[in-house]
Unconditional design. Structure first.
Length: 391
């Protein structure tokens, strides 16, 4: 009976206060219980429990809340890995020691408090902006000025990392941010509303596409190094490139899901395109290099990298074209756009998907070039798609 009263009083609290209890108190409690029982990965499991609890709270208030856990897990994992890597690199630079992939090191011989806390701040801010962006993709459909959520996550992630209390600090600060956002809810946004129509695309879509593509490339590289690198060389590249393509396709799908129905196949198409491109990378690049040698009279030089990049880009573009051709009238331009994007990216000898930094740069370049073409294509849907959207 007492438990029922407590639960009833909890349900009567405002949403933001429920958020504080679930995110700060609940997450800390789960982490402590896991620590006492000796179960590893306490921080990760506690974070997952918090995101599930947040979904329970948001499902009656935020449109599309069913994606909350998936987006939080993906962007939180990516932000955590990237934050640890780049935070460690910043710490190494501040302390003046050789760079290592070990992440942030404790204070000790050759390690200063300044480098430690600067590295922690960088790691927390990267986690905050990445996780905040992923959650903003949902919140923006319900709350006006939802972009402030990202800032709240950056502040809370940085403070939580410095204080070694990520879950409670992020929970408290984001709870007060939610209180403020709750006053600016779109009146027409309900979880039972009709499916949203195709949305207009513009420069904002371009910027999101570039950011997500770069993020997907960097995350794919991290996962490749963690999963595929120890595998036998005979299958390593195929699996690694497939994972990389799936990561990029997954983050791009976040934007494309509201543009056309077949976007759910984008992840698979991207993964297959990357695998085919990996298999053709050497022979295809060599063939184009031979052709370039004939056409330029033996001066192929800087074209070696772009030739191989164009092969991969064309492979990815062809697989994705099978989806776009049913939705837009001039989908054929997507293949040369992808080939050009990858070719230009491979002009620089340090770009490539094998390590996070170069992979992120590769994603930034290809995303920048393909975003313009994609916006142009999405503004030219087929007539039957336009008619269905209006109806």
């Amino acid at each position: 009976m007492g438990e029922a009263k407590v639960f009833k009083r909890f349900r009567e609290l405002p949403l933001w206060q429920q958020w504080l209890w679930v995110s700060a108190a609940g997450g800390t409690t789960v982490k402590l219980l896991l620590s006492v029982t000796g179960i590893g990965a306490g921080e990760e499991i506690a974070a997952l429990a918090v995101w599930v609890g947040q979904w329970v709270l948001l499902r009656g208030h935020v449109r599309g809340a069913g994606w909350w856990v998936l987006l939080s897990v993906f962007f939180g994992s990516v932000g955590g890995v990237m934050g640890t890597v780049f935070g460690g690199e910043v710490q190494d630079a501040v302390d003046g020691v050789p760079s290592s992939p070990a992440g942030i090191a404790s204070v000790g011989p050759g390690r200063t408090y300044l480098g430690y806390y600067i590295g922690k701040a960088v790691a927390g801010s990267i986690l905050g902006v990445t996780l905040g962006f992923g959650q903003w993709l949902l919140l923006r459909r319900t709350f006006r000025r939802a972009g402030w959520w990202i800032l709240a996550k950056v502040i809370s992630g940085t403070a939580g990392s410095l204080l070694d209390a990520l879950l409670p600090v992020i929970g408290v600060i984001s709870g007060f941010a939610l209180k403020w956002l709750s006053k600016m809810t779109y009146p027409e946004t309900l979880t039972t509303a009709a499916p949203e129509p195709r949305v207009s695309v513009g420069w904002g879509f371009c910027l999101q596409w570039v950011w997500l593509t770069a993020l997907g490339f960097g995350a794919g590289s991290e996962i490749f190094n963690a999963i595929a690198r120890p595998m036998p060389e005979s299958v390593r590249d195929v699996i690694g490139w497939g994972v990389g393509g799936a990561c990029v396709g997954a983050v791009q799908w976040v934007l494309l899901q509201r543009q056309f129905a077949a976007a759910s196949w984008w992840v698979l198409a991207s993964a297959v395109g990357w695998v085919v491109g990996a298999l053709l990378f050497v022979p295809g690049g060599a063939s184009l290099s031979a052709l370039a040698t004939v056409l330029t009279g033996g001066h192929k030089g800087f074209l070696v990298g772009p030739n191989s990049g164009a092969v991969v880009g064309a492979s990815v573009g062809v697989m994705q074209w099978f989806l776009l051709r049913r939705e837009v009238t001039t989908a054929g331009w997507w293949v040369p756009a992808c080939a050009l994007g990858w070719a230009v990216a491979y002009i620089a000898p340090w770009t490539g998907p094998a390590s996070p930094g170069p992979a992120t740069a590769l994603g930034m370049i290809t995303g920048s070039l393909t975003s313009i073409v994609l916006v142009w294509l999405l503004r030219r849907p087929k007539r039957e798609i336009q008619k269905r959207t209006v109806e």
